[in-house]
Each structure stands twice: as C-alpha cells, then as structure tokens.
Design a protein around this ligand. Structure first.
Ligand SMILES: Nc1ncnc2c1ncn2[C@@H]1O[C@H](COP(=O)(O)OP(=O)(O)OP(=O)(O)O)[C@@H](O)[C@H]1O
Length: 596
C-alpha cells in the first residue's frame, strides 16, 4: 500500500481523558475521547534480572567480612600489637573491596542490559500493535500521546527494572544477613535494629501508595499535554485563521501549569520518602551506637548473652549498623522509580493492546506483485463502526472487473470512504467476503494483496523532506528513473525541477494543495505492481482547472489498472466506466448500479 491516511483528531476532551486514564478506566470506543487506558502491569522477572540482583546483593554482603577485618584490626592496634599485625587484615579489606566493586559492576551492567532489552521488546510490541490498529479506530492513542509514551515515558522502565528490583531484593536479604551475624554477639543490638527496621517499610508503603497514583497522573498529564501540543501545532494555521491563538495559548498554559503541579507533587513525595528513611535509619544507628558505647563503658551490662562485648565485637556491630539500614535507604531513594516505572509499563502495555485492527499487517511480504489489473468482488459485506449501532453496510455486493474504472457516488456519510478502507483491509468487515484477484482478503493474504493496491487518501500526509523522499516513502528499491516517471505521470515534474533538492515542510508546506495531491498520485504511480487504485475524493476542494488536471493525471495513472474512486465530483464520475450510487441509509437494498 502506498500511503495511509492519518487524520488529525481533535483533542478537545483531553482533560476529561486524562482524568479517566488516571482513574484507570478504559476509554469507550466512541462517544468518549480516545486515549490510552492504563491498566496495572506486572514487572517482568527474567533470569538475568534475578542473577543481576544476586550479584549486587553479594557485593553488598562483602561488607560483612570487610567490617570484621576492620574491627579486628582496630582491636589489635588498641591492644598494642603494632601495625605489622594488621597488614594481612588491610590486604583482606582491599581484596574484599575489589571483589565488591567487580560484583557490583557486573550486577549493574547485567541489570541495565536486561532492562534495556525488555524495554526494546515492549516498545517493539507496542509499535507493532499501533501499526496494526485500523485508521478507523477512534480509540487509538493520539499521535502525541503515543509518541510521548514510546519515546519518553517508556524510559522510566529501565531504572525501575534495573535499580528498583535490585534494591528491593537487596533490602530483603542484606538486613536479615546482618541481623543473623549480630544476634550471636548481642541480642539487644539486634533488637534495636529489628525495632527500627519495620518502621521504614511501613512508612514507605504508606508513601508508596500516594507516589504511585501521583506518578500515574503525572505521566498521563505528560502524554495528554504532548498530544495537545502536537495536535495544535499541526492545526496552527486553522487556529490562526480563526483568531483563536490566545484561547489555545491559555489552555496550553493551563495544562502546563497542571503538569507543573503534578511534577511538584511527585518530587514532594520523593523528598518526603528520603527524609523519612534518613530519620529512621539515623535513629536506628544512633540507638545501636548508644547501647554499644554504654555497654563498652560498663554502664549497661546486659544484652551480650551474659558476657561482655570486646572492643572489636562492639566496633563490628557498630560498623554493621549503618549497613543494615543502607539497603533500605537505597530502596527509598529509588522508590519513585517504582511508581514511574509501573506507570510507564502500564502505559506501554495498554498501547500494545489490540483495538480495531487492520486485516493482516503482521508480516512484511516483499514478494513482487504483478502489475496486471485486479478484479474486486464484495459479497454480503457488513460493517458497523466502533461504538455505532447502525451498520454502514449490510449485505452489500459489488463486482468490479479487471481494468474497470468505477466511481462511488453518494451523500456525505453514505460510506464511500469506509468501503474503500474495507477493500484495502484497513478494517475488518463484520461479515461477508472481499475477494481481490481470486484471493480472499484475510490476515494471511492482506499484506500480499495490499502490494497490489495503491491508495490515494482523502487527507494524505506529506512528510517534511524532499519530493523524492515523499514519493519513495522508505521504499529504497524505487529507482530514480521510476521516480522521474511517476513525477511526469502526475504532471509534477516541472514543480519538482523548480524545487530541486529543496525540502518541503511538514504537511506539504511549500506545495500548493493541487501539487500536494499530485505528489500522492506520484506515490501511487511509483508503486510497482499496483493493479488496483483506491482514490478517496481526489478532486475535493480543488478549483475546476486543477480538478480537471488531477482527473487527467488519475486517468493516466489508472490506464491498464482497476480504479475505484469515491467522489462527489460529477465531472470525475462521468469519466468512469461505471457509477455506483450509495444511498443515504447505507443499506444494500437501496444500493443501485447505474451504467453510464
Ligand atoms: N472511524 C469512524 N468511527 C466511527 N464512525 C465512523 C468512522 N468513520 C466514519 N464513520 C461514520 O460512518 C459513516 C460513513 O462515513 P464515511 O466517511 O465512510 O462516509 P463518506 O461517504 O465517505 O462521507 P464523505 O463523502 O463526507 O467523505 C458516517 O456516518 C460516519 O459518521
């Protein structure tokens, strides 16, 4: 298929949509504004991520023997054993430090690589799902929102998987290991740590709930602001011409202010979490230090299983106390990663959900298509738009012979564009069959059949770039000669020559409306093997002279090919072999065929 239509969709209900998303409700297919409904997603737990968490935890546990060596060494020095006695201990501390660094680095590398791999896979799935979504699907995410989720928000998944998951694992292993080491020396010191520790997860859980919802609201707002901005930038001309710049700026300011408030709310929670954690861990360490100090001074005699701690033992416990809280503090510092990561995962997974799908679209079938004219047969076709009760077609039949040129005429809303979209497989018919060249349109044939189709949409998108790149549309196999032929056929060669290598702007800025249309004709002309041309109102909004030129170019392009054109233009319709009138109530019974 040559090019697909991308219609700008109004985003006026975006604030409502944002609220809906934040509350986790699905946007209804019609009536409600489209958008990404975020549902809770589970973090993937792969073997590599688990191994990475183990490596980082082992690195953290290296502190235990390091602390033992340090405490014992200081005990030796205090006992007057001289510096020579501590050399082996210093070497052990150094070696353990090196092992710790190596393990930490290996764990981090593995975790980040795996997290990026998972992110890439999830992105690929979401992009593939987006590509499968029908252009008729009103529930599709707005372009700006989808771009924001895919490019920006999705990045939050990496720190969530790489840092948060590892930190959580460390926090569940390291404090227990330290506790197990401290208990045999002093049950009081262990008890102090044990009492201080649960306060941290309790407060974190309390804060975490609000962090999660604040983060989801923040990401949802970011997405809708992007969607709003992109939509309004595309429609800047219209906004200017209706003198609505001030109103739109006001709404933009309002949304930006909302986003600022949400960002501040997330930051407030992040700072609050850190402050609470620092407070409790400082209290825990201070209590353990006070006990050890008074115990060594002989002021507190109990707590060491009936004995008395030596200086080395006391120091060992003192060195371990901050390490007991360290994993919990680390967990708190990445706590907001969890909220942002889970929200991003949900958004990405929601983007990957199926909506109204195109037929096929999963494979890139590159088998060369033959250029002979295609036959089209529609049997008992039925279609109802998403969210609508009235069928657009019900029991619709049509046969188009190879090489025949057919016009679809009918009042606005009678289903002309829908019929073309169904033939192109851009949406799946509810019932009936579409047969092109004796091949029934289905998931496994659609991609092959679309190579036989050239699409000239009602609102074709022209990309910023050269005229040639707009014709080529990344189809690198199209040669320069073929582009030159396509330009000639669509009578765009002199314009292209005048432009040289100059770029055309977004949405065809720099070209007139008629030239833009000719460019889309050239795209179709460059589509090798297109035996069927589907054109949706190619002469709409053009003056008589340009419309006549486009009609001629279309007829030249369609020579030796089958053409189905939806139009309100009686002049264009009169040039076709046959005119099909689609009646107002869309039913097959009222459908008439008029031979001209
Ligand atoms: N994506 C969509 N989702 C829901 N309903 C839709 C969608 N697109 C079109 N419709 C509805 O389906 C009916 C047929 O629309 P369609 O665009 O096919 O008509 P048309 O004959 O091409 O109109 P026009 O001549 O104005 O282009 C209309 O009632 C329209 O409101």
């Amino acid at each position: 298929m040559d090019a697909l239509v991308e219609k700008n969709r109004a985003d006026d209900d975006a604030p409502a949509r944002s609220a809906t998303q934040s509350e986790g409700r699905a946007a209804s297919p019609r009536g409600a504004a489209p958008g990404v409904a975020r549902q809770k997603s589970r973090a993937p737990k792969t073997r590599a991520l688990k191994l990475a968490a183990w490596l980082s935890t082992l690195a953290e546990l290296m502190w235990l023997p390091q602390a033992a060596c340090l405490a014992y060494g200081i005990g030796q020095v205090a006992a007057g054993n001289g510096v020579t006695a501590i050399w082996p201990l210093a070497a052990a501390v150094l070696a353990l430090g090196l092992a710790k660094a190596v393990l930490e680095r290996a764990g981090n590398r593995m975790a980040y690589r795996e997290a990026r791999k998972i992110l890439s896979q999830k992105r690929a799935v979401a992009v593939a799902a987006l590509a499968r979504r029908s252009p008729l699907d009103t529930g599709r995410a707005a372009s700006g929102e989808a771009a924001s989720i895919l490019a920006e928000q999705a990045e939050h998944i990496v720190p969530y998987l790489a840092r948060f998951q590892t930190a959580r694992f460390k926090a569940s292993v390291v404090p227990l290991a330290i506790l197990a080491v401290v208990v045999p020396y002093s049950w009081v010191a262990a008890l102090v740590l044990l009492i201080a520790a649960p306060l941290i997860p309790i407060f974190m859980a309390l804060i975490g709930w609000s962090a999660q919802s604040a983060s989801e609201k923040h990401l949802a707002d970011m997405g809708t602001l992007n969607a709003f901005l992109l939509d309004r930038l595309r429609g800047l001309q219209t906004i200017r011409s209706f003198d609505a710049v001030e109103q739109v700026s006001r709404r933009l300011r309002l949304r930006a202010e909302n986003l600022r408030r949400r960002t501040m709310a997330v930051l407030k929670i992040a700072f609050l979490t850190s402050a609470v954690l620092e407070l409790f861990s400082a209290l825990g360490v201070a209590m353990a230090a006070a006990y050890i100090g008074f115990h060594l001074l002989g002021q507190i005699g109990f707590g060491a299983w009936g004995g008395k701690l030596t200086l080395s033992e006391g120091l060992f416990i003192l060195l371990l106390a901050p390490a007991f809280f360290d994993p919990l503090r680390m967990l708190s510092s990445v706590w907001h990663d969890r909220a942002a990561g889970e929200a991003a995962l949900s958004a990405l997974d929601s983007l990957a959900e199926d909506g109204l799908s195109m037929v096929g679209g999963a494979t890139a079938d590159t088998a060369p298509a033959s250029a002979r004219p295609a036959s089209v047969e529609l049997r008992d076709l039925g279609f109802v738009h998403q969210g609508s009760k009235d069928p657009v077609f019900d029991g619709f039949d049509l046969t188009v012979r190879p090489g025949e040129h057919v016009a679809l005429l009918g009042p606005s809303g009678s289903g002309k564009s829908t019929l073309l979209a169904l033939i192109a497989g851009l949406a799946e018919a509810r019932h009936g069959r579409i047969v092109i060249d004796d091949l029934t349109l289905a998931d496994d044939t659609a991609d092959r059949l679309r190579q036989r189709i050239a699409w000239i949409g009602q609102d074709p998108h022209l990309f910023a770039g050269s005229i040639a790149s707009n014709i080529r549309l990344t189809r690198e196999d199209i040669s320069r000669d073929e582009i030159a032929d396509a330009l000639k056929l669509s009578a765009l060669d002199t314009v292209a020559e005048a432009h040289g290598n100059a770029m055309i702007g977004e949405n065809g800025a720099g070209l007139s409306g008629g030239e833009g249309l000719r460019l889309t004709l050239a795209r179709a002309a460059a589509t090798r093997g297109a035996g069927l041309i589907l054109a949706d109102e190619p002469t709409a909004h053009l003056d008589h002279h340009t419309a006549a030129e486009i009609t001629e170019a279309l007829l030249t392009l369609a020579a030796g090919r089958t053409l189905i054109v939806a139009t309100h233009d009686p002049v264009l319709a009169a040039r076709m072999d046959r005119v099909i009138h689609l009646a107002e109530d869309f039913r097959a019974e009222t459908f008439r065929e008029n031979g001209l």
